[in-house]
Design a protein around this ligand. Structure first.
Ligand SMILES: Cc1ncc(COP(=O)(O)O)c(C=O)c1O
Length: 381
């Protein structure tokens, strides 16, 4: 239960309320700073917004192009050729198709992006979990994945790399070991939605040359624009042809299409933005170590996963940060395999990190003086 009635919008089993709902409900009357939606804070550049504004009339008036045009644009941004790419109206479109079509159990590590755990039950497909543990900084070994896949006779194995919300990762070598051991599994789905913020090797070339590996990637995080809905999958040509037949023929809207077609103009800024986020992540990681009682784990994403001091409710911390400081943070109680004793904070620019660190220190110090809530059992290792 949320401690403040006006904030009961947060009592949702899936994801978080939208920033629009949060703005409507909070008692804070200044501008909110969002640490919840994991958007790139160095992209898009203002010139790109200006370009869109100048072209808005045509973007809204005319039909967008067909998928092949956009596959070429994506090929220009990644290492895969267009024939291996399927473009999506947000990668959730393809995640839904792949989950729905699983011929048997799905295995995913938890905590993870909510759709991986929420979609299978909607289609009566069994879903099994592999719990990430704090003792291992939420990292898993290739062997653990392989063993658990065998144990549950998985048809589909989902690997989120790097993982949302923990920021933990597999190396390229570990991914290859999993793929080599699980050639008999129908699909190994590697969700690389946050890989751009890391120094990890992408599995795109592995997917192009494998029978069962498919890489899925949201572009909302790296483009810094979740609202336009863009993502893509990379697989071998047979798999891509089959997938293309399953997505709606005209699935990319005019605004998303315009962005893709103009990305060539902003490629340098796009690449540079990831390095800047990585620098801010190092800074934020260091600064969060100074918050008394907070434990923050290493991450290769554009967010950091932190464990609150024992017994301190993330819901309470979230409400106080929102109403008193105008800071929007994500507590993780509605993620399978996590609890309200964890926060996922998006990496922001240094000044904003400083504001968060100072507010968190105040709030945790104040809560330290309050009676504590007992911790729930058996979750988040
Ligand atoms: C790991 C992961 N995969 C996929 C998605 C979905 O992305 P999209 O917005 O492109 O549907 C998200 C969204 O937060 C995510 O965190």
């Amino acid at each position: 239960m949320s401690s403040n009635k006006h904030l009961n919008i947060f009592q949702t089993p899936f994801h978080n309320p939208s920033i629009f709902q949060i703005r409507d409900k909070t008692r804070f009357d200044g501008q909110l700073v969002d640490f919840c939606v994991p958007a790139n804070s160095y992209f898009p550049p203002t010139e790109m917004e200006a370009l869109i504004n100048r072209n808005m009339h045509d973007i809204l008036k005319y039909y967008p192009d067909y998928a092949p045009v956009y596959q070429d644009c994506i090929a220009d941004l990644c290492d895969a050729p267009a024939e291996n790419i399927v473009v999506a109206n947000g990668i959730t479109e393809i995640i839904t198709i792949l989950c729905r079509e699983s011929r048997g159990p799905i295995l995913t590590s938890v905590p993870t992006f909510g759709r991986w755990t929420d979609i299978p039950p909607d289609f009566d497909i069994p879903v099994f979990y592999l719990q990430r543990k704090k003792e291992n900084a939420f990292r898993l070994s290739a062997d653990e994945v392989i063993r658990r896949a065998r144990e549950v006779s998985a048809s589909t194995v989902v690997i989120s790399n790097p993982n949302n919300p923990t920021g933990a990762w597999f190396t390229g070598e570990e991914i290859r070991a999993i793929a080599e051991a699980l050639t008999d599994v129908d699909h190994i789905l590697i969700d690389e939605s946050f890989i751009e913020f890391s120094d990890l090797e992408s599995a795109e070339s592995l997917a192009m040359n494998s029978d069962n590996v498919i890489v899925v990637k949201s572009m909302g995080k790296s483009l810094g624009w979740h609202g336009i809905r863009l993502g893509y999958a990379v697989a071998n040509t047979l798999q891509t042809e089959a997938l293309r037949r399953k997505v709606p023929y005209w699935n990319i809207n005019g605004l998303a299409g315009f962005v893709l077609k103009n990305m060539w103009r902003f490629k340098d800024e796009y690449r540079a933005s990831f390095l800047k986020v990585a620098e801010d992540r190092d800074y934020m990681f260091e600064q969060l170590q100074k918050v008394p009682g907070l434990i923050t784990y290493p991450s290769k994403c554009n967010f950091l996963f932190s464990e609150l001091p024992k017994g301190v409710s993330g819901k309470r911390v979230r409400d106080l940060l929102l109403d008193h400081y105008g800071l929007v943070v994500r507590e993780c109680s509605n993620k399978v395999g996590s609890t309200e004793y964890y926060l996922r904070n998006v990496v922001r620019r240094k000044e904003q990190t400083d504001a968060l660190v100072s507010a968190l220190t105040d709030v945790l110090t104040a809560l330290d003086r309050e009676p504590q809530v007992p911790e729930a059992e058996g979750v988040a290792g």
